[in-house]
Design a protein around this ligand. Structure first.
Ligand SMILES: [Zn+2]
Length: 254
């Protein structure tokens, strides 16, 4: 798609950014820029005029190792279609060092940037969740329904959302025990974390233009593959659950 890959995500980095951390954020922004279009006609906001998603990223000491990893999510939404026009990603420097040592920093940043773009953070607001609070919550967007059907033709419902975990995990991710190593499940399992057509479809349902040709190859894992990815129980320690979500407001309101 012609307009994608132009670098519309406007990253502002502040704090303890080593070259490696700067590179990880830039790589994540470049990846999402290639997959979807965050641009919009110039809009006056409390942050000044914006024409693409502004992400303010900070690394600072918060509460030491463990505890809260940080916060990530949209902070300002477009008054037209309520796509994010600004968001924050804030990480505890103590936890970030450990993630770097474990080799998971790049995927955590890519995953959390997905939440800043609206994945999981705007689903309920947009009325895209069916069966909320129950055993089998589903994503109701039409594009994702089409892609889910292509992956799992026998299941006539929408794509399955996480049905375990606390607020921020439950219904804010694809369901780990079904989708396995996909980047936007609630856990980083497996050796690589593909961004599937299904995830791009969810972004299309949120109002983005997306480039399906750039999605990663992805198939639903069978049970053996899930076990080999380390997905063996529904509830376990979750790095990605320890991130706070800001409550976004619409530009011009409140
Ligand atoms: Zn997440």
């Amino acid at each position: 798609m012609d307009v994608l890959g132009r670098g519309m995500i406007d990253l502002r980095l502040e704090g303890a950014f080593t070259p490696a951390r700067t590179d990880a954020f830039k790589a994540a922004a470049a990846r999402w820029d290639a997959l979807l279009d965050t641009s919009f006609p110039v809009l006056e906001t409390s942050l000044g005029p914006l024409s693409g998603l502004r992400i303010e990223a900070r690394v600072a000491p918060l509460d030491g190792p463990e505890g809260v990893l940080g916060q990530a999510g949209p902070t300002l939404l477009h008054p037209g279609d309520e796509r994010p026009v600004a968001g924050i990603m804030e990480f505890d420097s103590a936890d970030l060092g450990r993630l770097e040592a474990e080799g998971s920093l790049s995927d955590v940043i890519l995953h959390e940037m997905g939440h800043v773009l609206g994945f999981g953070t705007l689903f309920a607001r947009r009325g895209l969740v069916e069966g909320s609070g129950g055993l089998d919550p589903r994503f109701t967007g039409a594009a994702a329904g089409r892609e889910w059907h292509a992956l799992e033709g026998a299941d006539g419902a929408g794509a399955p959302l996480a049905n375990t975990g606390g607020a921020g995990t439950r219904e804010g991710h694809w369901r780990e025990l079904v989708l396995g190593d996909e980047l936007l499940t609630g856990f980083l399992s497996g050796a690589s974390r593909p961004i599937s057509r299904l995830s791009l479809a969810a972004f299309e349902d949120l109002g983005y233009r997306v480039d399906y040709a750039r999605a990663d190859p992805y198939r639903l894992p069978d049970f053996r593959a899930l076990v080999l990815m380390g997905v063996v129980e529904a509830v376990r320690s979750c790095e990605l659950c320890r991130v706070l979500r800001p409550i976004p407001r619409v530009v011009g309101e409140g």
